[in-house]
Design a protein. Sequence first.
Length: 233
Amino acid sequence: MSMEKLSVPIAIVIAGGLIAGALYYSNIKTPANAVADNTANNAVNSASEMAPVSSSDHILGNPNAELIIVEYSDTECPYCKVFHNTMKRVMNEYGQDGKVAWVYRHFPIEQLHLKARKEAEATECAYDLGGNEKFWEYINALYDLTNSNDSLDPAELPKIAKTVGLDVEAFNACLSSNKNAEKIETSYQGAIKAGARGTPHSIIVSKDGTLTPVDGGAIPYENLKEIIDALLK
């Protein structure tokens, strides 16, 4: 049989394979890419489903700030580690005079980071034992220590507790009890309801209640600063 006669059926086979592959990959939906093609309007609509900021949140800065940045985050996400430092810089510039506050909420994506959920529970144990101040000290230390992508040895969790001045025995008892598992799950489900499909996912709440989703995940400080400055005008 000539090559010309073979070319058509071979092309059909190759095309069929490509189509099948496309169908296979188009049906793979992970939290990181499930709504990558959302429009801006869809993002705003999803943000409207976000649970309101309340006294039960972990708030850094003035709760009555002009802007509150609500972040849904995963402690083993490398982009979250970068964005955590970006947010600390934001708070250094805008938090001192009460213009911006930061709310941290948990969104541990276990499909990507198996250790993140237990680490989130650890931060809540820090809160249980030392209040909001120790929560922030603990989570700052955790982000400083981990190299992300499940690289943190679980044995480091009580060591961090000791470093920030917590009772290590009480911390270990809290962590092993799984008492905060439901709290983390509630936060996780809240993130999905608010439109989060990847981390970090942030929504800025203006004093008049306007919600502004921050597109792009771990956007650079300069880009976030532009958004903040525009909203503060």
